[in-house]
Design a protein around this ligand. Structure first.
Ligand SMILES: C[S@@+](CC[C@H](N)C(=O)[O-])C[C@H]1O[C@@H](n2cnc3c(N)ncnc32)[C@H](O)[C@@H]1O
Length: 246
């Protein structure tokens, strides 16, 4: 439908055009009401309860693509983490996350830091995320956005960087969106189309991860409405202490 002027000559923007503009604004998955309108409001997030086998107390956790910080703050309290860093590229979302942190009554929130930067184009990472020897790195429902906005190579480099900053035996937890989900995103946000056509890698990226030395540890399907995608756990292999002894 074409935009048409009213009799008073005020331009009327069609719903379709507004929708498109809205999707362009959120081309990184940087939805402002992600936890209130899209994801299950359950607290703690059920993805965390399912990770309890892998994440025990006192761990250092890096949450890449933290949005407004709900899950990031829950990581600190649910797992009694010693340090949690959440990263996002959207200033509004990081400000929301900071607000949520300051209104959080639990002591655990003090262990959380939020950092504003693009982790796909800023390698090595910066701020509190520049540290190394993480126990766990999370890439939840964000890989599609990184991939669609960059390239296969950027994704490969990102996985490799995560390998170098994790402790030996540390976990990488991913929640990759499937290929049909990519297609839906491109339909809604046509500016991603050119990049999309160049992508050769396909989720869940098992071959790439294996070739970099990651060990597949576990994975399960989830039935959260609208987010029926798997969570997969990879590990940086434990160094063989004997191999270091001559
Ligand atoms: C769909 S949300 C997922 C939020 C959270 N990980 C979860 O699963 O509950 C994706 C978030 O990743 C952020 N994001 C996407 N690409 C990013 C990048 N390259 N650097 C930093 N943040 C990014 C977006 O701004 C958005 O807030």
């Amino acid at each position: 439908m074409k935009d048409s002027p009213t009799e008073s000559n005020t331009p009327v923007v069609s719903k379709e055009r507004l929708n498109k503009a809205n999707h362009e604004l959120h081309r990184f998955g940087n939805y402002k009401s992600y936890y209130t309108h899209f994801r299950s409001p359950v607290s703690p997030d059920t993805r965390l309860t399912q990770l309890s086998t892998f994440i025990t107390g006192g761990k250092r956790i890096l949450d890449l693509g933290c949005n407004s910080g709900k899950l990031t703050l829950e990581l600190a309290s649910h797992f009694a983490a010693s340090e949690v860093v959440g990263v996002d590229l959207d200033l509004f979302l990081i400000e929301q996350a900071e607000k949520a942190k300051s209104s959080e009554k639990q002591e655990a929130a003090r262990k959380v830091t939020f950092e504003l930067f693009d982790f796909a184009s800023t390698i090595p990472f910066v701020g509190a995320a520049a540290e190394i020897d993480w126990d766990v790195v999370l890439l939840l429902s964000v890989i599609k956005w990184v991939h669609l906005n960059t390239s296969d190579q950027v994704l490969i480099d990102l996985f490799m960087h995560l390998f170098t900053i994790l402790k030996s035996g540390g976990y990488l937890v991913i929640e990759p969106q499937d290929w049909t989900n990519y297609k839906r995103a491109v339909k809604k946000c046509p500016s991603l189309k050119e990049n999309f056509k160049k992508l050769r890698l396909r989720p869940p990226f098992d071959d790439v991860l294996k070739s970099q030395g990651w060990e597949e540890v576990d994975g399960w399907e989830r039935d959260e409405v609208g987010f029926e995608r798997s969570v997969r756990v990879w590990r940086k292999p434990v160094e063989d202490a004997n191999a270091l002894v001559e």
